[in-house]
Design a protein around this ligand. Structure first.
Ligand SMILES: [Zn+2]
Length: 168
């Protein structure tokens, strides 16, 4: 029986205590991911280690799930296994985010230190979902189809930067 994961976490406090969170989270609980699924049954496996190196708190580990997406070519179901390696630096400002090593993506905390654990899990899964899912050998090719590219690993950071600069 997998451990029950907390709904809300305080990443900095967990990093101070070097806590390890392991368990499963129902896909139906992940509102932004569930919209993209043909079948919302099943769960994501979450294995996250919160730790601190010097003053930098981080979250490392993995998020895994067997997603069922809709092929945008034939509109049929396609299974999409996700094995996402998590390497997040916990930051409280964009300046801090820009100073993270390139291998890390920022986990930006706002004034409130607590956040839903589902946010981390969803962000990892969303990055692994193609913009235009389609079967590799789909029999119904479309003439004007977008390239099924994987999102850039730092797409989140670029989006964050543009979000912040548009607020200024
Ligand atoms: Zn297809």
């Amino acid at each position: 029986m997998p451990d029950r994961l907390p709904d809300v976490i305080d990443p900095l406090a967990l990093a101070e205590k070097r806590r390890h969170l392991r368990g499963e989270m129902a896909l139906g609980q992940l509102d932004r991911v569930v919209k993209l699924l043909v079948d919302a049954q099943g769960s994501a496996r979450v294995d996250l280690m919160f730790s601190k190196t010097g003053r930098q708190a981080s979250v490392t580990g993995r998020v895994e799930a067997e997603l069922v997406l809709q092929c945008q070519c034939c509109l049929g179901a396609m299974s999409w296994p996700v094995r996402s390696v998590v390497n997040l630096g916990i930051v409280s400002s964009v300046d801090q985010a820009l100073m993270l090593p390139e291998s890390m993506e920022p986990l930006l905390l706002d004034a409130e230190s607590e956040m839903p654990l589902a946010d981390i899990v969803q962000d990892e899964l969303l990055l692994a979902i193609p913009a235009v899912p389609r079967h590799a050998d789909c029999q119904l090719p479309r003439p004007l189809e977008a390239k099924p590219e994987k999102p850039h690993p730092f797409a989140g950071l670029a989006e964050l930067k543009s979000k912040l600069s548009s607020q200024e």
